[in-house]
Design a protein around this ligand. Structure first.
Ligand code: RIB
Ligand code: CA
Length: 314
């Protein structure tokens, strides 16, 4: 039986492919897409989610915009990474898929409390929407199967030396989520950096011979240019689909249990995920933490998803 999921995202090059994987892989049932401010403003991330659904032929999945800023600190977007549009590279047609006139938090709450079984939340962005959901509707916890998020790191950050972008953009939201008691799986940079969109991977997208395959190749090509310029990567890591892949087949993403807390006060470390892998702090074990990705299995599922969608829209 496919696992019912809701993806909460900030498209975003890697969010775009996470949406495609979630929409096409038969192991999951994508119930909704919610958007939040992060990589770009809420208006742009929501427009980008509509663009992705349009080019990928994803219909019947509601898109609901959520929070337009972090809980406390000002929004700082990642236009240096994702460009002015938030998804620079390909030219997108006018979207034919609209957003729904319901706030993301209300849509998630409504789905969770009416769906016949618990739902997995897959946030691939700052955790503002999820924190607001848990704060406004604490009754919703039993309806959440688990939260499988892309964010944090067991090692270095990327927004600062200590903090990863999704956590650092809204540390208070992340703190609320990690303290919520909901089962959490954290797919951090230490794992997602094992899912590199190499030239061979890009060639596989292009080799699909579909418009969608070409769009994915162009997204990865732009993403590669910023990762090369900013961090000297030869190939960009495709972060967000790793969280979806963990739900699809846990064998793709190996995890270990650990206590995770979010640093809120450090002058240089605010937004860091402190992962107690070796129980030195004796923190309560509140998460499964991703430590390894089977890149072969991951890319096979990612390419198969784009191939399946592309055959529908060819
Ligand atoms: O640090 C990587 C994360 O930040 C990804 O979710 C990417 O889309 C950006 O949001
Ligand atoms: Ca993202």
């Amino acid at each position: 039986m496919p696992v019912p999921i809701i993806i909460d995202c900030d498209p975003g090059h890697d969010d775009a492919l996470a949406i495609m994987l979630a929409a096409a892989d038969p192991a999951v049932d994508l119930l909704a897409i919610t958007t939040v401010a992060g990589n770009q403003t809420l208006a742009k991330t929501t427009l980008n989610a509509r663009r992705v659904c349009t080019v990928a032929g994803i219909t019947g999945v509601p898109i609901a915009p959520g929070c337009d800023r972090p809980l406390l600190q000002p929004l700082v977007v990642a236009d240096d990474v994702h460009g002015e549009s938030g998804m620079d590279g390909p030219r997108f047609p006018e979207p034919t898929v609209d957003a729904v006139p319901e706030h993301a938090v209300d849509l998630i709450h409504r789905i969770l409390t009416t769906h016949p079984e618990p739902v997995t939340l897959v946030p691939t962005a700052p955790l503002t929407n999820i924190a607001l959901l848990l704060t406004r509707h604490p009754d919703v916890v039993p309806y959440i199967r688990e939260i499988v998020l892309m964010g944090g790191s067991t090692e270095r950050g990327n927004r600062t030396p200590a903090a990863e972008f999704n956590i650092q953009t809204d540390p208070e939201a992340a703190d609320i989520v990690f303290r919520s008691g909901v089962p959490i799986t954290m797919c951090g940079l230490n794992a997602t950096h094992q899912a590199l969109a190499t030239p061979e991977v890009v060639a596989r997208f292009e080799g699909l011979g579909t418009d969608l395959g070409r769009v994915c190749a162009e997204l990865m090509t732009f993403f590669a240019s910023t990762y090369r310029r900013l961090w000297g990567f030869a190939s960009p890591p495709l972060h967000d689909p790793v969280a979806v892949a963990r739900v699809i087949d846990p064998a793709i993403v190996r995890c270990v249990p650990a206590g995770v807390v979010v640093e809120l006060r450090g002058q240089y470390t605010r937004g860091a995920t402190v992962v107690d892998l070796h129980r030195s702090l004796d923190l309560p074990v509140n998460a499964q933490v991703a430590v390894a990705v089977d890149a072969g299995l991951f890319w096979d599922r990612m390419i198969a998803a784009v191939a399946a969608l592309g055959s529908r829209t060819a």
